[in-house]
Design a binder for this molecule. Structure first.
Ligand SMILES: [Zn+2]
Length: 92
């Protein structure tokens, strides 16, 4: 049977994280956790809360992850000169 071959999400105490059987409930937990951390002032600079699929239990967990800094994001792109700006405004 196809059903028996599927890896079904099951709670595993070894994960030591809150278990979610599907991504949607995990996302709900993530959003609630973000709001809670912000409200209680425990939000840490350079980190974010992410949902990830666990290889051990096949379920979803919510964890804090360090943001990977992107050096390219700082400042405007090299190709964007002042001459390009009027076109951008007209494009709006
Ligand atoms: Zn797990």
């Amino acid at each position: 049977m196809a059903r028996s071959r599927m890896i079904l999400p099951a709670h595993d105490p070894a994960c030591r994280r809150l278990f979610h059987a599907d991504r949607l409930t995990a996302e709900g937990h993530r959003i609630a956790l973000e709001i809670w951390l912000r409200a209680t002032g425990r939000e840490r600079e350079g980190t974010r809360v992410v949902v990830f699929r666990c290889r051990r239990c096949a379920g979803f967990h919510v964890a804090r992850k360090r943001k990977v800094p992107k050096p390219d994001v700082v400042g405007p792109p090299a190709g964007l000169s002042e001459a390009d700006e009027p076109n951008l405004i007209m494009g709006l």
